[in-house]
Design a protein around this ligand. Structure first.
Ligand SMILES: Cc1ncc(COP(=O)(O)O)c(C=O)c1O
Ligand SMILES: [Zn+2]
Length: 462
């Protein structure tokens, strides 16, 4: 039976965070159709007990609280977050109840996320949510999300179009070649939001379909498993949760998971979200500290700041901050805070982590460690508190030592200028070529109109 058919009931419904309207999921829906201000949809599962599945060791251990359905649910399982109590870093910081949620590759600890970041969790959950009928999933990424989708789509042989700034391409290194259903477009001089714009424009034309970022419940519930793994291991919720954020999707998801656990277990306090950004790129930090309900700043300022950050995977200048159920609401509800770390402290924190805990970590994770170190030194929370530190990516260097990784190449390279101009025959043909390799047949007209739509949007914005 087709997953998308109305007869097939999924094990959850979608509920609007603003008006409470309920939807049966077709595997693709991203937004509430009521005409109110932007708001997230949330999953509501029929099983409200915390009930990990004993049949799975990886992500699908939490399938009862994942919006995955039918045949796609039963694909080969993937890794999940490994949670352990720190001794090295905990000793140095004087935090006896510091726990680490490690997302990445670290075989000695059983960590086997194949692209070495927590983005693997969202990719498999998003793919598991898709209906049986095929769309070309269109994903914008700064690098790590794209890499996770590239590898997951390749393994599942599901067509996708990934749009990334050229500097993100170095993260597209895999244990094997990608299946040809994976198409990569690079914007040579672009930043992450340029990729978001282009993906949004292309997604307007079927069979391209926007993956949707934070609006996709598959993404958030996949990331929410970080907290589910932590709860299973720790047998309690942390009082503080530290994570480096660009969009903040993972942090929103962790709060949603905490509320789900609270309902299941009763009477637990929610963790305070401690969100961490890398100076000088700090739109969420700035908005929160200035008591603003929305982020602000000029494109020029952000493009310049991006040139100067250590953790460029955190450079989203249009995070889902104001949206109902988004970053702002989540910080308020959890009584959390936003912190920031300089490049120098993030770098040395990453080195310190590697020395004390024994594995290399991503720059973003270094930012989180630096902010935790600073908060502990300032006495921002009681030393005995139960703290969960999300190492959102780690073991990439280790992965490179254990495997000879293959660099993936883009099918098309664009520039910001080319996107702002008229569609040329060459560019239209190039876009057709990269997407025409898949089983899905489309006419050149569709591709040309896709390209014109992209150009139109860019022209109007500039
Ligand atoms: C390793 C790592 N950590 C943290 C983040 C931040 O995630 P988000 O942008 O969803 O807040 C990213 C984003 O790409 C990442 O790659
Ligand atoms: Zn609504």
């Amino acid at each position: 039976m087709n997953d998308a058919s109305p007869q097939r009931k999924r094990h959850y419904i979608l509920v609007c965070a603003s008006c409470g309207r309920q939807y049966d999921d077709d595997g693709l829906i991203l937004d509430c159709t009521a005409g109110h201000d932007p708001a997230l949809l949330r999953t509501q599962y029929s099983d409200d007990l915390f009930n990990p599945s004993a049949d799975h060791e990886g992500l699908f251990r939490y399938q009862r609280w994942l919006p995955v359905s039918g045949a796609r649910q039963h694909g080969e399982d993937t890794g999940r977050t490994v949670v352990y109590r720190s001794s090295g870093l905990a000793g140095l910081l004087g935090l006896p109840n510091l726990w680490i949620a490690f997302n990445g590759y670290w075989p000695e600890r059983g960590a086997r996320l194949e692209t070495a970041t927590f983005k693997d969790l969202e990719a498999y959950s998003v793919l598991g949510r898709l209906p049986e009928h095929r769309v070309i999933l269109t994903v914008a990424s700064a690098g790590n999300t794209g890499a996770a989708f590239a590898w997951a789509c390749s393994r599942r042989q599901l067509p996708c179009l990934l749009i990334v700034p050229a500097k993100g391409l170095r993260r597209f290194r895999f244990r094997g070649p990608l299946h040809p259903c994976v198409n990569i477009v690079v914007i040579e001089d672009g930043d992450y939001p340029d990729a978001i714009d282009l993906a949004a424009a292309v997604s307007g034309i079927p069979p391209f379909h926007a993956e949707g970022g934070v609006r996709n419940v598959g993404r958030r519930d996949g990331l929410a498993t970080v907290l589910l793994s932590a709860f299973e291991e720790m047998q309690c919720l942390p009082s503080y949760y530290f994570q480096a954020v660009g969009s903040g999707t993972g942090a929103i998801a962790v709060l949603e998971a905490a509320k789900r656990i609270r309902t299941a277990m009763g009477g637990l306090a929610l963790p305070k979200l401690m969100l961490c950004q890398n100076r000088p790129f700090t739109p969420i930090f700035d908005a929160w500290r200035m008591h603003r309900r929305s982020v602000s700043g000029s494109t020029e300022h952000f493009r310049d700041a991006i040139q100067h950050v250590y953790a460029d995977e955190l450079t989203n200048w249009a995070p889902p901050y104001a949206i109902r159920g988004g970053v702002y609401d989540s910080i308020v509800e959890s009584k959390g805070d936003v912190l920031a770390a300089s490049n120098a402290t993030a770098r040395s924190a990453a080195d310190m982590f590697s020395e004390l805990e024994g594995i290399d970590i991503e720059p973003a994770a270094g930012v989180a460690v630096a902010c935790l170190q600073d908060a502990a030194a300032q006495g921002s929370f009681e030393k005995e508190a139960v703290v969960l530190l999300n190492i959102t990516g780690g073991g990439r260097r280790r992965l490179g030592r254990d495997y000879s990784l293959i660099q993936a190449e883009p099918g098309l390279r664009l520039t910001r200028k080319s996107l702002a101009g008229e569609a040329t025959a060459y560019q239209a043909a190039a876009l057709r070529d990269i997407c025409g390799r898949k089983a899905i047949q489309r006419s050149i007209l569709t591709v040309q109109s896709a390209y014109c739509a992209i150009s139109g949007i860019r022209v109007n914005r500039n």
